[in-house]
Write a new protein. Structure first.
Length: 289
């Protein structure tokens, strides 16, 4: 059975998943459709987890896959070195609540996914989101219509980005066709950013995490209160109200973009974050009566 599962699992690409639970669920259904009388108990046994319902509870979210079992599962499925690294990072990521650790795991996922992706727009998109500063460097060039060097850009940033990191960003953006080089100066070829290709969800999430980290740093003494606008509200609303809030944020984001597009010349670079998330489980109607 284990050899059968090794063959079946090659029908789906591990690096296309941002959840080991979702991967297990899809793999189980593939096996069930291919093997006679296949059960969750047999699935757990084939994964070197013992004959039990452990995988069922993991898929349903009531139990975590312990990190000590990562090697057992990797051996059972015949993962290669890259897949083992990816799977281990996936398990750590989903099991951790530490933001710094999760950023490191997102980096590992992006690294493996980027190396396994064939050359093309999808690989470029993965590489683009592998480092948070690529977006900032691209947008910063809007302030220099006459071109800029890595050294010039490095002097402008008020967040920690080295000249080496900026140079790497410029080289990637040039490779992607977003910039051009003339007389050692970098120029934008287009105003708005479009990476093309499919970006894994964890690539975008990793970027958001870093932007939230920068937002926290802006509360420090390096930024005066006049330069920032940081506020938050906690609201008790209906599910309909929550949906209206999310839609309003989407509309506001579009208005922000419109303001930027109407500008004839840029003088500074501003980061604007948008968040709205539930604090409690949604109370069902009639509950508590």
């Amino acid at each position: 059975m284990k050899n059968d599962l090794k063959t079946i699992r090659k029908q789906i690409e591990l690096t296309g998943y941002s959840s080991y639970r979702a991967y297990f669920e899809d793999l189980y259904h593939l096996a069930k459709n291919s093997l006679e009388k296949y059960s969750y108990q047999r699935f757990a046994e084939d994964l070197n987890l013992g004959a039990s319902n452990i995988v069922f509870t993991i898929i349903r979210g009531s139990r975590k896959l312990m990190f000590k079992h990562v090697r057992n599962v990797s051996d059972a499925l015949g993962f290669d070195a890259g897949e083992r690294k990816y799977f281990a990072s996936l398990v750590r990521l989903q099991n951790s609540n530490n933001v710094s650790e999760r950023i490191q795991d997102y980096d590992a996922l992006l690294d493996v996914a980027g190396h396994r992706q064939k050359e093309g727009s999808s690989k470029d998109a993965i590489l683009f989101f592998s480092a948070w500063h690529h977006v900032l460097v691209f947008e910063a060039l809007e302030l220099f219509p006459e071109g800029a060097t890595p050294q010039l850009l490095a002097k402008q940033f008020r967040v920690p980005i080295s000249t080496t990191e900026i140079r790497e960003s410029l080289e990637l953006l040039t490779h992607m066709g977003l910039l051009e080089v003339r007389e050692n100066l970098y120029f934008k070829r287009q105003k708005n950013l479009s990476t093309g290709g499919k970006v894994p969800g964890f690539g975008v999430i990793r970027f958001h995490l870093k932007m939230l980290e920068l937002a926290r740093e802006c509360l420090g003494p390096e930024f005066s209160p006049e330069e920032r606008n940081v506020s938050s509200v906690t609201l008790a609303v209906s599910e309909t109200g929550a949906q209206r809030i999310r839609e309003t944020l989407d509309e506001f984001r579009k208005r922000i973009f419109a303001i930027a597009n109407e500008e004839n010349s840029a003088e500074t670079l501003v980061q604007v974050n948008f968040q709205a998330f539930p604090i409690l489980e949604c109370k069902k109607k009639g509950a508590g009566k």
